[in-house]
Write a protein that binds this ligand. Structure first.
Ligand code: ZN
Length: 290
């Protein structure tokens, strides 16, 4: 992917040096503050409304099922890590330029999500984040969480290397943000609560495949606007999609696949929906819920 001549995103919270074992230290009130505020907090905790606000369990939207173990808190090569960060921040900028234009054509302003880069572990609006979970989008704080070590795992453990494979991962997570802005995530969340049997998982698969299709649509527009693609780029993304299909991952882990437990879609589905997005570039062609 050609990326060096474009601006990096400014919507980045780079916690790589502050996250990890120490947990970041930012944002959490101290015990002293909590004691001081306790008379205010206590009634909040009692009321149901308060619990909903304080409560946990906001749903995060992952790139793939979390069956990875990896995640080191310190990169082997600092310079390479910074290079990697510069790349992903530029791709983030590309998502802002592409989605910003699409939203503007509809007469709307694009509210960019924030990209949080961290190492090892950090906090998110959807609960604690750790590298082994892989990249995810949290709708409640509208942030995309990425530990860059994931990309090494993607290459080493799943044979999915290449810079455009990484661009696809980020574009998929930004795709979840688009779904959030469209109100799709809320609707699906409600439907999942009413669903029976394997229906909730099926709904989740549709959400994930649509995020893949949106990632493809992003690639389509980014190519038109910035001519970003180099030979082999699309193949890298498609190979990544195939490598992390639910059927493939389950077979690797346990020797067989159990379709009703799928949450992200099969290798074939993921590659097909990404390809469909690339080909069309139109969001209306990404209706996986039909
Ligand atoms: Zn996802």
């Amino acid at each position: 992917m050609k990326w060096r001549d474009r601006e990096q995103s400014r919507n980045v919270d780079d916690r790589r040096l502050s996250s990890g074992r120490s947990g970041g230290g930012r944002g959490l009130p101290s015990i002293g503050t909590l004691m001081f505020l306790w008379p205010l907090i206590k009634p909040l905790l009692r009321s149901k409304m308060g619990l909903a606000v304080v409560g946990v369990g906001a749903t995060a939207y992952f790139f793939m099922p979390s069956i990875m173990s990896g995640g080191s808190s310190k990169p082997a090569n600092e310079a390479k890590d910074n290079e990697q960060a510069a790349f992903i921040k530029t791709v983030m900028g590309d998502t802002e330029r592409v989605w910003g234009k699409i939203f503007a054509q509809a007469g709307e302003r694009y509210p960019s999500p924030t990209l949080v880069l961290y190492r090892g572990s950090t906090r998110s609006g959807c609960g604690p984040a750790s590298a082994g979970m892989g990249p995810f989008y949290c709708p409640s704080d509208q942030k995309v969480y990425v530990d860059l070590s994931f990309f090494n795992d993607l290459k080493r453990k799943h044979g999915a290397g290449g810079d455009f494979a990484q661009a696809y991962v980020l574009a998929h997570e930004v795709g979840h943000h688009i779904q959030n802005m469209e109100g799709t995530l809320d609707k699906v969340q409600l439907a999942k609560q009413r669903a029976r049997g394997g229906q909730a998982n099926q709904l989740q698969v549709m959400v994930e495949l649509q995020a893949d299709c949106y990632a493809g649509a992003w690639a389509n527009h980014a190519q038109k606007q910035f001519n970003i693609l180099e030979e082999g780029d699309l193949e890298e993304a498609l190979n990544a999609a195939v490598s992390i299909g639910d059927d493939r991952l389950q077979k690797q882990a346990q020797g067989f696949a159990i379709p009703h437990t799928f949450t992200h879609g099969t290798s074939k589905q993921r590659a097909e929906w990404f390809a469909k997005g690339v080909k069309s570039g139109m969001l209306k062609d990404c209706n996986t819920f039909q």
